[in-house]
Design a protein around this ligand. Structure first.
Ligand SMILES: *[C@@H]1O[C@H](CO)[C@@H](O)[C@H](O)[C@H]1NC(C)=O
Ligand SMILES: *[C@@H]1O[C@H](CO)[C@@H](O)[C@H](O)[C@H]1NC(C)=O
Ligand SMILES: *[C@@H]1O[C@H](CO)[C@@H](O)[C@H](O)[C@H]1NC(C)=O
Ligand SMILES: *[C@@H]1O[C@H](CO)[C@@H](O)[C@H](O)[C@H]1NC(C)=O
Ligand SMILES: *[C@@H]1O[C@H](CO)[C@@H](O)[C@H](O)[C@H]1NC(C)=O
Ligand SMILES: *[C@@H]1O[C@H](CO)[C@@H](O)[C@H](O)[C@H]1NC(C)=O
Ligand SMILES: *[C@@H]1O[C@H](CO)[C@@H](O)[C@H](O)[C@H]1NC(C)=O
Ligand SMILES: *[C@@H]1O[C@H](CO)[C@@H](O)[C@H](O)[C@H]1NC(C)=O
Ligand SMILES: *[C@@H]1O[C@H](CO)[C@@H](O)[C@H](O)[C@H]1NC(C)=O
Ligand SMILES: *[C@@H]1O[C@H](CO)[C@@H](O)[C@H](O)[C@H]1NC(C)=O
Ligand SMILES: *[C@@H]1O[C@H](CO)[C@@H](O)[C@H](O)[C@H]1NC(C)=O
Ligand SMILES: *[C@@H]1O[C@H](CO)[C@@H](O)[C@H](O)[C@H]1NC(C)=O
Length: 731
């Protein structure tokens, strides 16, 4: 340390005559004083003391030697400036770099030392702008400034964490243009989940560049980092190894490019323009409202080309909605699997209740790998141009915690019990967010209904329509299985029609017609417009739930079946359904098809018009049942007698007539004679409908069944007389 005691004259000489020591290397016997510089071998970079504009404080830094702009790209003592020109920069015999103030032995800044080895250490400023420490006789780098970036990333540098040491190469903004000390903004690679580029402040995340998609960061914008042919100056990449995760870029064609984290929170990419002797900013972020994290919140989608910029991710018929041009959402809780393709990804997502979305992991090489999101999607944005395909699960199913359900139902208290559902009790619950829900609990011990539960879960999760009850999620806890639905304050249609006379009066004709149309739409969706062809098999008044506005929602998919695209009917020996709604071919032969649902719809329609159950001990004149009664009245042109007296003659004759006519078409004996649901929907809405002949309904000469509103299971032994009947479950 003899250098510290240099005579003042020598010190002054070095101070006032600014010279470069014409070398790129520092040795323990050769230190650097303020005013001197190290210059890299080919003259690209220089290292020395400098003052930022607006201050006289001195810092040791590195800058582009040959550019008009000498702004520092790296600062050593960013937290500890000198306030005079007495600074020195040296390397100790132990390999530690020191920034010192003459006369003080405690360094203002230092790098680690290597006391257990005894080579001759040197420090060298490389042409890349990297200041390195190594042994004089070795090329292996012991320490480098590239591992400790300040606010600027240079070509050849790596941004991202070392997984072995935890050292994180991030860019931290200056506090202000005149103060290099660490400011509020840091950009780096966030390694949790699927690694992504994140700009953070002390207050949280400000902007996400998103995960690397093979070409660039998903959220860096339409053109940024993309298309190497357009941005030939900027050949970038992203590597994940056992030791480190990093983003890097290289300069090509001699262009000078840097990435800077600005004091005011802007991350910008700069390219030197020789003609104007200035930096051109060719990209920056955050650049618009959608860039701020998270701009639109849960299930929102941000699009600056639309107004308002925030929209909901809307449900479609399919399992997933394709969002093209998307910036991939937060990947902290996402998982990546490079071994499966997009189809595999979809299948994996469908099998997992908590899966919210998926997308390709890597767009290069024609697309490989997959990312699956299990957390809420809170910061989806789309670009009018750019981005990538993103598949959001539209049923928005979520997995509820058992404790949440216990809390919501007061530990399944009797006070919360709404009744018995198809496979167990149904509870009313209130989630902490205040939302009312209905919770179907499959009793753990019964062992019955597991199939129905799985069936319902799988099916309804894929279906979404305003006339189908919405499944919010499921909860699986040890042996317990629960389905959580939106709560229907007006319970079910049968209560209005058959149970409560006052409520029956509330159900004026306009409402009834609205309900009929809604059920028809829901059924049409099941049969035709959903991606799957679904046969409900247990359509009846008690399975039509009513929301606060009396909109009908078809519920209870425990018995529903999915048909293949080409399949028209199926034969089962386990006939499950409810008397009075079952078509003859189903009840007697176990054959079901869309036409057996159409039959149930017809029976239901007659119930809504008449306020009477198809089954039971009503007086139907000389007829055996409601269907026969309606047919007789229709042919006698006395169908007005069928209409529910609760309506007090307040109804539209044309609509009622249409409903009865359509209902009679639906309950015809032969399945082929019955219309399909698209015919039904168009006939119900057709004010000029012509009434052609209707054939005799099924069960014309038969009393349908004992008073029954429960689903029954029939075991067919070839002849009707040997039918055995059992109750599947109370409802
Ligand atoms: C440091 O520099 C100041 C002037 O800038 C001078 O007055 C002072 O003597 C110097 N200190 C040492 C230890 O050289
Ligand atoms: C170098 O390391 C040795 C052993 O740790 C220590 O005694 C010595 O003071 C160090 N020298 C300097 C200049 O730091
Ligand atoms: C480098 O030099 C040191 C002594 O200065 C010696 O101990 C070491 O073995 C040498 N290493 C190589 C790779 O030559
Ligand atoms: C200096 O060296 C660097 C790194 O090898 C290279 O990228 C750059 O083009 C060189 N510059 C000049 C002026 O030769
Ligand atoms: C930036 O890197 C430093 C050094 O590894 C680390 O201490 C710091 O936590 C990192 N900052 C952020 C926001 O990740
Ligand atoms: C850092 O920035 C964030 C976001 O702009 C702000 O909320 C926070 O208050 C800032 N913190 C400080 C210390 O300036
Ligand atoms: C990144 O990984 C690729 C392929 O593993 C390799 O060819 C390339 O050299 C790596 N890039 C850097 C900068 O390490
Ligand atoms: C941030 O600072 C840079 C340069 O200091 C400037 O170009 C840019 O306009 C500033 N951005 C904002 C949002 O203030
Ligand atoms: C669903 O995915 C999450 C996240 O990958 C995983 O932790 C969980 O075990 C999966 N659940 C099932 C039932 O596979
Ligand atoms: C549900 O949670 C809320 C908030 O933690 C608590 O106040 C309430 O007592 C809980 N209810 C039950 C039944 O545990
Ligand atoms: C809920 O009820 C069960 C059985 O009645 C009981 O074992 C359990 O401790 C209760 N849990 C809470 C949170 O009250
Ligand atoms: C459905 O029918 C079409 C044409 O008859 C046929 O090409 C296709 O393979 C069938 N699909 C299935 C799943 O049977």
């Amino acid at each position: 340390m003899s250098e510290l005691n240099l005579p003042a004259t020598i010190f002054l000489f070095f101070t006032f005559v600014s010279i470069s020591i014409a070398a790129d290397t520092l040795t323990p016997s050769r230190q650097l004083f303020d005013g001197e510089t190290l210059v890299s071998a080919n003259g690209t970079f220089a290292l020395g003391f400098f003052s930022p504009s607006g201050t006289t404080n001195r810092y040791l830094g590195i800058w582009y030697h040959n550019l008009a702009d000498h702004a520092a790209v790296w600062v050593a003592n960013r937290r500890s400036p000198l306030n005079n020109l007495n600074g020195t920069f040296s390397i100790t015999v132990n390999g530690s770099l020191h920034v010192l103030s003459l006369g003080n032995s405690a360094p203002l800044w230092s790098s680690p030392s290597f006391p257990n080895s005894s080579p001759n250490f040197i420090s060298q400023l490389l042409d890349s702008g990297n200041l390195v420490v190594r042994a004089v006789n070795s090329s292996s780098i012991l320490w480098q400034s590239f591992d400790y970036p300040t606010d600027t990333m240079l070509p050849g540098m790596k941004l991202g964490p070392y997984l072995t040491t935890g050292l994180d190469r991030n860019l931290t903004a200056w506090l202000s243009p005149s103060d290099p000390s660490p400011g509020n903004y840091t950009i780096g690679i966030y390694a949790e989940g699927v690694p992504q580029l994140v700009l953070r402040t002390s207050g949280g995340w400000l902007w996400r560049g998103g995960p690397w998609n093979g070409f660039g960061f998903s959220g860096a914008g339409p053109t940024q980092f993309y298309d190497i042919s357009l941005y030939r100056v900027f050949l970038s990449g992203f590597n994940v190894t056992k030791e480190e995760i990093f983003y890097y870029f290289n300069t090509v064609n001699g262009a000078i490019t840097t990435l800077t984290m600005d004091h005011n929170g802007t991350i910008r990419r700069n390219e030197w323009a020789a003609s104007s002797e200035n930096w051109n900013i060719d990209w920056l972020a955050p650049s618009d409202y959608c860039d701020f994290f998270p701009a639109c919140g849960t299930n929102g989608m941000c699009d600056t080309s639309s107004s308002p910029v925030c929209r909901c991710v809307e449900g479609f018929d399919d399992d997933f909605m394709l969002v093209p041009g998307a910036k991939l959402p937060d990947t902290r809780e996402a998982v990546e699997d490079m071994s499966i393709d997009l189809d595999g990804c979809r299948a994996r997502c469908l099998m997992n209740c908590s899966c919210q979305a998926y997308a390709r992991a890597d767009l290069s090489q024609g697309g490989i790998g997959c990312i699956i999101w299990t957390a809420e999607i809170i910061d989806l944005r789309v670009y009018a141009d750019g981005g990538q395909d993103f598949f959001v699960r539209v049923a928005e199913m979520s997995l509820f915690q058992f404790t949440q359900v216990v809390n919501a139902t007061n530990n399944f208290s009797n006070a919360n019990k709404l009744g018995e559902g198809g496979f167990g009790p149904v509870y009313k619950g209130k989630l902490l967010e205040g939302e009312d829900v209905a919770i179907k609990r499959l009793s753990a011990r019964s062992g019955q209904g597991v199939e129905e539960f799985k069936n319902e879960l799988m099916l309804i999760a894929k279906l979404q329509h305003r006339n189908l009850v919405r499944l919010l999620g499921c909860c699986i806890h040890a042996e317990e299985k629960m389905l959580i639905y939106e709560f229907m304050p007006n319970k079910s249609l049968d209560l209005f029609l058959f149970t409560d006379v006052d409520r029956g009066r509330e159900l004026c004709w306009t409402r009834r017609f609205h309900i009929i149309e809604g059920i028809a739409q829901g059924l049409l969706y099941l049969h035709k417009h959903s991606r799957l062809r679904v046969i409900h098999r247990d359509l009846k008044a008690s399975n039509i739930l009513l929301d606060a506005d009396m909109n009908p929602k078809i519920s209870d998919f425990g018995l529903a079946r999915i048909f293949d695209a080409n399949q028209t009917q199926e034969n089962t020996r386990r006939i499950v359904g409810t008397y009075g709604y079952m078509s003859p071919e189903y009840a007697f032969k176990g054959l079901f098809s869309v036409k057996s649902d159409v039959f149930s719809f017809g029976a239901l329609l007659l119930e809504i018009v008449s306020g009477k159950r198809t089954t039971g001990f009503h007086e139907f004149g000389s007829s055996c049942n409601l269907l026969a009664y309606a047919w007789v009245l229709w042919n006698d042109e006395t169908w007005m007698e069928l209409v529910d007296p609760a309506l007090d003659k307040q109804f539209r004759r044309d609509e009622v007539a249409r409903c009865i006519y359509v209902a009679l078409l639906c309950v015809q004996e032969n399945a082929e004679d019955r219309p399909d649901m698209s015919d039904v929907v168009s006939m119900l809405g057709n004010e000029n409908l012509c009434f052609h002949g209707v054939k005799e309904p099924a069960f014309f000469t038969m009393k349908i069944a004992p008073d029954s509103k429960h689903p029954f299971e029939l075991h067919v032994n070839n002849s009707f007389n040997q039918l055995s009947v059992s109750v599947v479950a109370g409802r």
